[in-house]
Write a protein that binds this ligand. Sequence first.
Ligand SMILES: [Fe+2]
Ligand SMILES: [Fe+2]
Length: 137
Amino acid sequence: MRMQWIADYKTGIEAIDEHHESIFERINEVLDALDQDAEVSTIKRLLILFESFLASHFALEEMLQEKYVYPDFSSHFDEHKQLAKNFSGLIMHLESEGASPYSNKSLKELIASWWASYMAHMNSSDKQLAEFLKNRM
Ligand SMILES: [Fe+2]
Ligand SMILES: [Fe+2]
């Protein structure tokens, strides 16, 4: 399983798009490791790297929202918080289940469902934010 980045996902704000594309690359590293039944320590390291990149990405968008006084800051912020919280739940799942072909499969399903919520955010809230920023940056 791999997540395919396409040009339609671009918001038009370069700094945000670079991060979004990198998020695809990083989730694919996690998925590749799961496909290869990598050791639990490797999978955990990749998830933690992903989590910290995600945090820095959210921080960038929040900084831009504060700087340009985005009116929907609080709902956007709440969505980031929920996505981050759900992602740390994935890491806790790995910690409690360890790694085995079976638990890798359930982790993949959890990642796929988290990813769907991330994509919904990226294609809706982030695009709205980008529309707002376009005339101001
Ligand atoms: Fe984003
Ligand atoms: Fe966002």
